[in-house]
Design a protein around this ligand. Structure first.
Ligand SMILES: Cc1cc2nc3c(=O)[nH]c(=O)nc-3n(C[C@H](O)[C@H](O)[C@H](O)COP(=O)(O)O)c2cc1C
Length: 387
C-alpha cells in the first residue's frame, strides 16, 4: 500500500482496517488474533469502560508536561512500545521502521527476542531509549549471551516475558495457514496472490530470519512449521523466580517482569529485585479467560506501587485508556497492536502517524481532564460504574 490513505488514518481502528487490506490473511490474523475464543483479547480493551473519567474544572493547564520516567529513562509521553516478534513479516522495514519511529516520537522501543533485526543493529540505529525483551530458551547460554549483547549495545533496560511457556491456542493461525517463514500453503495461496505488493516485498527483499537466535537455533528450526512449534520446542518451561533473580543480578540495571497479573507475583517480582512489572496477558494471545491488565492494575498498584513501577500493557487503543491507567496508578502504558497495524499498512510513516495521533489524544485528554502532568491524575479522577 502506498502512503495514499495514510492521512485518513485517524486512530488505531483505522490502521487496523488498513492493515487488513494490505496484508495476506495469515499475517493480518497473526497480528489481530488472540487465543481460543478471544474473550481476553476483547476484555483487555473493554475493561477500560468499567470506569469513567471525572475532569476537574478551571485548573490552569497552560504549562503541559507529559514527560514520564520509566525503567530509568525519561520519555516525552507516558506510552512506549511493547515487544512484538518477527516484524519483518508485516513490513519489509520491520523493526528498523518501528525503532526509528519510536525514537522520533521521543519514546522507548522494546525489541523482542524473536526480532528479525539483531540486538546490535537496533542498538546502534537510533539514540532513543531501548529495552530488550527476553524469552528464556532451553539453551540457557543464549540468555547470558543476550544480556552481554545488550550491555555492549547500549540498551537501557531488560524485560523477561513470563506468560509464554507454551504457545497460546491461536486458532485463526490454523485456519489461515500461518506458517513460519510464510509460504503459500493451500489455504493461504489465494491471499498471497491477491496481495502482490506484500508478496513481492517479502520475496525480493531481505531474507526473513530470527536475527538474535539464528546462529544458535537455525538447525533446529528447519523443520518447524509455525511460531507455535518454535515456542513449544525452544522455550524453557522449567524457569522459576530463581532464574529471574539471577538474570536481574546478571543485568544489574532496570529490569521488568512482563506478564504479571496477580498481586502475589508482583510482590515476588519486587522481592527478587525487579524494578518494574508489566501487567499483561500478552495481548490476549496466551491464556484465554485471563483477567484484563486494567482489571488487575489497581490491586497491583496498591501492593507494590510505592516500591516499583507498574506498567500497563494490553488493550490500549485510545488516549483515554492511557489516562485511566495512569489515574489507577500505572507509571506508563505500552502498546503492541497499536503500532503494528500501522507498520503493516504504511511502514515507518504509518508508525510515526499512529504514535503522533495517540500522543495528541493523550495530551488533549489530559487538558480536558484539567491536569497538566500525568502525575496530576489519581483515583479521584475515576468513577467506577460497578460500585
Ligand atoms: C504480533 C504480535 C507479536 C508479539 N510478540 C511478542 C514477543 O515477541 N514478546 C513478547 O513479550 N510479547 C509479544 N507480544 C505481546 C506484546 O508485547 C504485548 O504484550 C501485547 O501486544 C499488548 O496488547 P495490545 O496489542 O493490545 O497492545 C506480541 C503481540 C503481537 C500482537
Amino acid at each position: 500500500m502506498s502512503a495514499r490513505g495514510l492521512g485518513k488514518c485517524l486512530n488505531v481502528e483505522d490502521f487496523r482496517r488498513a492493515a487488513r487490506r494490505r496484508l495476506p490473511a495469515p499475517l493480518y490474523h497473526y497480528i489481530d488474533g488472540g487465543a481460543d475464543d478471544e474473550t481476553t483479547l476483547a476484555r483487555n480493551t473493554a475493561a477500560f469502560d468499567a470506569v469513567g473519567l471525572i475532569p476537574s474544572a478551571l485548573t490552569d493547564v497552560e504549562a503541559l508536561d507529559l514527560s514520564t520516567s520509566v525503567l530509568g529513562q525519561t520519555i516525552a509521553w507516558p506510552v512506549f512500545l511493547s515487544p512484538t516478534g518477527m516484524s519483518r513479516l508485516f513490513h519489509h522495514d520491520g523493526e528498523r521502521a518501528v525503532a526509528r519511529a519510536a525514537a522520533d516520537a521521543d519514546t522507548m522501543y522494546t525489541l523482542s527476542t524473536l526480532s528479525t533485526v539483531s540486538i546490535e543493529e537496533i542498538g546502534s540505529l537510533t539514540t532513543g531509549p531501548k529495552c530488550f525483551q527476553i524469552y528464556i530458551h532451553k539453551d540457557r547460554g543464549l540468555t547470558h549471551e543476550f544480556v552481554a549483547r545488550c550491555k555492549t549495545s547500549g540498551y537501557a533496560a531488560l524485560c523477561l516475558t513470563v506468560d509464554t511457556l507454551v504457545a497460546g491456542n491461536r486458532e485463526r493461525d490454523l485456519v489461515t495457514g500461518m506458517v513460519m517463514p510464510p509460504r503459500p500453503t493451500p489455504s493461504a495461496l489465494w491471499s498471497f496472490a491477491t496481495h502482490l505488493n506484500w508478496s513481492f516485498n517479502y520475496l525480493l527483499r531481505e531474507k526473513f530470519e530470527l536475527a538474535n537466535v539464528a546462529q544458535s537455533v537455525s538447525a533446529g528450526t528447519q523443520s518447524l512449521v509455525s511460531v507455535i512449534d518454535y515456542i513449544n520446542q525452544q522455550f524453557d518451561r522449567s524457569i522459576t523466580w530463581h532464574d529471574a533473580e539471577r538474570l536481574i543480578a546478571d543485568w544489574g540495571g532496570p529490569f521488568a517482569i512482563k506478564g504479571v497479573l496477580s498481586v502475589e507475583d508482583a510482590i515476588r517480582a519486587r522481592d527478587v529485585g525487579a524494578s518494574a512489572v508489566m501487567v499483561s496477558n500478552h495481548g490476549g494471545r496466551q491464556l484465554d479467560g485471563a483477567a484484563a491488565p486494567f482489571d488487575q492494575l489497581g490491586d497491583i498498584v496498591d501492593a507494590v506501587g510505592d516500591d516499583i513501577e507498574v506498567i500497563l500493557d494490553g488493550g490500549v487503543r485510545r488516549g483515554t485508556h492511557v489516562l485511566k491507567a495512569l489515574a489507577m496508578g500505572a507509571t506508563a502504558c505500552m502498546i503492541g497492536r497499536g503500532y503494528l497495524y500501522a507498520l503493516a499498512a504504511y511502514g515507518q510513516p504509518g508508525v510515526a502517524r499512529a504514535l503522533s495521533r495517540l500522543r495528541d489524544e493523550v495530551e488533549r485528554d489530559l487538558v480536558l481532564m484539567g491536569r497538566s502532568t500525568p502525575a496530576g491524575l489519581s483515583r479521584d479522577a475515576l468513577r467506577s460504574f460497578h460500585r
